[in-house]
Every structure is written in structure tokens, then in C-alpha cells.
Design a protein around this ligand. Structure first.
Ligand code: PEP
Ligand code: MG
Length: 582
């Protein structure tokens, strides 16, 4: 039966394919007693599932991308070891033999026993192994059920027509999709600018989030259409609907091909104003897509993604340095803006659990996030700063600092940058002494108290995702309030316009690197407010460029002023229409 689900569009385009469900592991399994004569075949069933998971782990290990965090390999090894451990394997077999439990029951019973044991352990590292054992058991259960063992493995070897459907996907898991092929994705949870959505957008595939109950209503292998422009998911479409969407899909492919022609033309408005279009990246290798799309630099390198999937430690200075240098070299002389780690909120690190109170923070988006966390971990921060500075010897590097609000935070950060330079000087290591330091303007307080920033920093970058979140008090990752997340709210527009105007007046370069910069429907508005430097996912670059090439700044002046003078939603909409037609 065909039905349609509605969610939030986060990545444009149309995908048609078979649903691949990533279900949370079903630990609630059948419980039944087997006959004595079935014992050996039940043990054999367990052994076969164990073998299958071994093969999956081996395949996963062999397929690790060259730039995958090194902890990924260690993590797979730990799972292989657990899979052979007598505490899990022998005890489960004993339960099958002595109590005549079916294998699923025996396995979950043994997991429960082990978990109780682990709960009593004082050592935090060992206690955390409980999660690993649980994941291994989940893999075996899935193998017993004939499904693939994990999110990563599930996608491994996927055919091109696959669309991932999940309740939720953590940003760290989303990163693993970068090395896989699939057509689109759908999740029950999430908001337009949740980090999961942002990573999905960087993959350039159609996606919808906040599609409530999608993972419960869609079944494995269902034929589905994802309309990433409108956030619509059509399950089991009628032939005529399928035909219509196939047609639209080919039209879009044609549009994409046409856009490629713009790649080499300079980015300037009809009146000749040069506009910089830079790229947002999450991993060094993303710089290739940036160069391919014709970006004139990296405006935002979200370094926290390098820190994810590192189970128990931060990457060493050397490892970070290599990653930053790689991005710089791939950009081949073009500037690379490296943002210091922005963890917390919807991007927790594995190592943040434990004594720092992060897990118990009642509102992590307002808690120890981004620069606040870095300043609370000065040694970690210095390590990152040294690594970034060292990369500056290989090209043009700028340092961008997230979530600053207070003068003393800026001053402490600048002090630590000076300290990192001193340490490199003492060690005789090269770096660019004139490396520029900039701030994200993403907390309303920063925008309102802009002179604090203009006086102290070399450049600014407006993070509209958080600026909207904090101005409107809307959790950007919470789909229950997603309808209130409004980039066009007059308060948001005023903060952006004010920041652009004041920075220009002070002669401080300013860009926008939030998702608004990559939304072609907002390009004219931002140009009219005076923005000349945009940074966005490479996949958005050409469509934004097309808008720039069609715009004339003079004709935008009046309608954009009208937008800013409007407060009633209808007036704002009417003025925006005039912006679009200018
Ligand atoms: C932003 O907040 O707009 C931004 C670019 O940073 P992030 O999305 O990583 O929080
Ligand atoms: Mg931000």
C-alpha cells in the first residue's frame, strides 16, 4: 500500500530506491526451550553466526579508508577479541547445553550477567567495555536473524539504489557513510541544521529528517522515493507517481550538468562585484570536492569530526597536523580556515563522558561546548593550536574560534595562541607568524557586542545555524520545535545585517559559514545585506554561484532594506518576493 510521510528537507534532490533499515538492535528476542536433540544444531547456529560476524569485522577492517581515525581499527580489533572471548562464547554455549535455551535467549542472558558484573567495576575504561560487548552481541543477534551486523557493515557493499532509513544517526556514524554509496537517507529525528543533516548535505544526496515514525512504518526493501526538496517520503509509490519522480530526477540531473558549466567562470554579480565562494569541510579529503566545485578556499574546516570515533583519547598533535596539512596541500595555495574543536551539544566526544559533568549537563547546547570546552582543557587546546600553526607553514591557514561571547574568552584564546607559538619557537618548528585569527559570530551576545570582536580579531564568520538556535531558543537538532527554527525571523536578520554592516565599517573581513550561505533562495538577501564571502558545502557552490551571477547589487538595495524594515510575517514575505524578483 502506498503512503506518504512528511519531514524536514535537508538535502536537495530526488532519490528512488530500496529502503535499508538501520534498526536499533533488537535485544528483545524470542525465548523458548529447545529439545535435547536440537542442542548441537543450536550450538552450530551460534558458531555460524559468530563466524559471519568475524567475516563482517574482517571486511570492515579491510575497507577502512586511509584517513579513517586510527581508533576505528583498534575498535574493530576489540570487537573481534570479544567475539572469541570464553566469557561470552563458552558461557553462552553452556546455557544452551545445560538449560536448553535457544541461542538468542542464551546470548542475551549471558549479556545481562556480564553487564551486571561490569556495572560493579570501578575502572571507567573497563566499565565502558560493556557497551562494546553489547554491540558485539547485537551483531551476533542480527547475524542470527539473517541481517547485517552493524550500521557500517550494513551499508558496506550496498547497491547504488539503497536509501538508508533510521531512527536517528549520530554525526559520527554519518561520517562513516562518506565512504559508502547510497542514494539518500531518511531519519525519524533531527532538524534542518542538526550536524547529522549537515554531514548528509555534504554527501550531496537527497535527505529528509524529522520524518516521524519512518523507521517503524517503512519496511526493509520497500521501494521509496525521497523528495529532498520538500522533505517528502513516498513509500511503495504507484507506477504513475514513480514515473513522475523519475522524470523529475532526470530533469535535476540535467540541471546539475548545466551548472557544471559555471565552474570556471569568475564569481561576480551583474554589476561586477567579486564574490568569494568558499567551502565547508569536515575531513581533509573533502577538500578535493571543494577544489572540484571551484571554491576559492575553505571557509570552515569543522575539525571536531577528526576527533570523533576516537574512543578513548584525542588524536595526537602529529596526527592532527598531518590532517590539517593534507587539507592545506589539497587546496593548493588557497586559504584554509581551520576552526578549533567545536564539541558538545549534538557533537559529543566519546571521551567527554565521565568526570566533566557533560553527561549530566541538563542543557548541553548551553553548556561546556566549543571554545568553553577548549579553554577548560588547555593542554588539549594547545596541542590543537600547535598542530594548526604547524600546518600554516605549508599554505595559507587561518584560525577560527567557535562560540566566543566574552572578552576574556577572546583574550584567553589569543594568549594560548601566543603560548603555542612560543612552544613552537622553542622547538624550532616553522609556522606562519602572521596567521590570522577570527571568531565565529554565532551567539547573539557576540553580534550585539561586536566592537569587542572587531577590536581583537582579524576576521569574523557568522555561524547562522547557532545564531538562529540561540536567538530563537530553538534546539536545532530537535524536530519537535523545527517549525520554529526560522532563518528569516526579523531578529535573526537584524543580527546578521548589523554584523555585516559594522564589520565592513571597521574594515574587518566577514563571511557567513552557516547553512544560510548555501541556500540559493537566500543568496540575494545576503548579497543585499552586503555579504561578499560565503562558505558552504561544496555541493551547493554552483547553484549559489548561479544566483550571484544573476544578481545586481544596486537593484537589491531597496527590497532588502524593505525586508529589514518589516516585522509582520506577511510584510517580510512580500519584501522577500521583491528581493527574488529584483
Ligand atoms: C554555525 O553554527 O552556523 C556553524 C557554521 O557551525 P556549526 O554548524 O558547526 O555549529
Ligand atoms: Mg556553530
Amino acid at each position: 500500500m502506498s503512503f506518504t510521510l512528511h519531514g524536514i528537507p535537508v538535502s536537495r534532490g530526488i532519490a528512488i530506491g530500496r529502503a535499508y533499515l538501520i534498526a536499533p538492535a533488537a535485544l528483545d528476542v524470542d525465548h523458548y526451550l529447545i529439545e535435547p536433540a536440537q542442542i548441537e544444531s543450536e550450538v552450530e547456529r551460534f558458531r555460524a553466526a559468530q563466524q559471519r560476524v568475524h567475516e563482517e569485522l574482517d571486511a570492515l577492517r579491510a575497507d577502512l579508508a586511509a584517513d579513517a581515525p586510527s581508533e576505528m581499527g583498534a575498535f574493530i580489533n576489540v570487537h573481534s577479541m570479544i567475539l572469541n572471548d570464553a566469557m561470552l562464547v563458552q558461557e553462552t554455549i553452556d546455557l544452551i547445553r545445560t538449560r536448553r535455551y535457544n541461542v538468542e535467549w542464551a546470548l542475551t542472558e549471558q549479556l545481562e550477567r556480564l553487564s551486571r558484573h561490569f556495572d560493579d567495576i570501578e575502572d571507567e575504561y573497563l566499565r565502558e567495555r560493556k557497551a562494546d560487548i553489547q554491540q558485539v552481541v547485537e551483531r551476533v543477534l542480527k547475524a542470527l536473524a539473517g541481517a547485517s551486523g552493524s550500521l557500517v557493515n550494513g551499508v558496506h557493499g550496498a547497491c547504488d539504489e539503497m536509501i538508508v532509513v533510521a531512527h536517528d544517526i549520530a554525526p559520527a556514524d554519518m561520517m562513516q557513510f562518506k565512504t559508502q554509496t547510497f542514494q539518500g537517507f531518511v531519519t525519524d529525528l533531527g532538524g534542518r541544521t542538526s550536524h547529522t543533516a549537515i554531514v548528509a548535505r555534504s554527501l550531496g544526496i537527497p535527505a529528509a529528517v524529522g520524518v516521524q515514525h519512518a523507521s517503524a512504518l517503512i519496511r526493509q526493501d520497500d521501494l521509496i522515493i525521497v523528495d529532498g526538496d520538500h522533505g517528502i517520503v513516498i513509500v511503495d509509490p504507484a507506477p504513475i507517481v514513480l514515473e513522475e519522480y523519475s522524470y523529475r530526477q532526470s530533469e535535476k540531473a540535467l540541471e546539475q550538468r548545466k551548472l557544471q558549466r559555471l565552474k570556471f567562470s569568475p564569481t561576480q554579480t551583474l554589476c561586477g562585484t567579486r564574490i568569494e565562494l568558499c567551502a565547508n569541510i569536515e575531513l581533509p579529503e573533502d577538500a578535493r570536492a571543494a577544489v572540484d566545485a571551484g571554491a576559492t578556499g575553505v571557509g570552515l574546516f569543522r575539525t571536531e569530526f577528526l576527533f570523533m570515533n576516537h574512543k578513548h583519547r584525542m588524536p595526537e598533535e602529529e596526527e592532527q597536523f598531518e590532517a590539517y596539512r593534507r587539507a592545506v596541500e589539497l587546496m593548493n595555495g588557497l586559504p584554509v580556515t581551520i576552526r578549533t574543536i567545536d564539541v558538545g551539544a549534538d557533537k559529543p566526544l566519546d571521551s567527554m563522558s565521565g568526570g566533566d559533568g557533560y553527561e549530566t549537563a541538563s542543557n548541553p547546547a548551553l553548556g561546556l561546548r566549543a571554545i568553553r570546552w577548549s579553554l577548560s582543557e588547555p593542554q588539549m587546546f594547545l596541542t590543537q593550536l600547535r598542530a594548526i600553526l604547524r600546518a600554516s607553514a605549508f599554505g595559507t591557514v587561518k584560525i577560527l574560534v567557535p562560540m566566543l561571547a566574552h572578552a576574556q574568552e577572546i583574550d584567553q584564546t589569543l594568549d594560548l595562541i601566543r603560548e603555542a607559538k612560543r612552544q613552537l619557537d622553542d622547538a624550532g618548528i616553522a609556522y606562519d607568524p602572521n596567521v590570522q585569527v577570527g571568531a565565529m559570530i554565532e551567539i547573539p551576545a557576540a553580534a550585539i557586542a561586536l566592537p569587542l570582536f572587531l577590536k581583537r580579531l582579524d576576521f569574523l564568520s557568522i555561524g547562522t545555524n547557532d545564531l538562529i538556535q540561540y536567538t530563537l531558543a530553538i534546539d536545532r537538532a530537535d524536530n519537535s520545535v523545527a517549525h520554529l527554527y526560522d532563518p528569516l525571523h526579523p531578529a535573526v536578520l537584524h543580527l546578521i545585517a548589523f554584523t555585516l554592516r559594522e564589520a565592513k565599517r571597521a574594515g574587518v573581513p566577514v563571511s557567513v559559514c552557516g547553512e544560510m550561505a548555501g541556500d540559493p533562495s537566500l543568496t540575494r538577501l545576503l548579497l543585499g545585506m552586503g555579504l561578499t564571502e560565503f562558505s558552504m558545502h561544496p555541493s551547493q557552490l554552483l547553484v549559489v554561484k548561479q544566483e550571484v551571477l544573476r544578481s545586481h547589487l544596486k537593484t537589491l538595495e531597496k527590497p532588502v532594506a524593505d525586508v529589514l524594515a518589516s516585522f509582520e510575517p506577511e510584510e517580510v514575505q512580500a519584501a522577500l518576493k521583491r528581493v527574488a524578483q529584483a
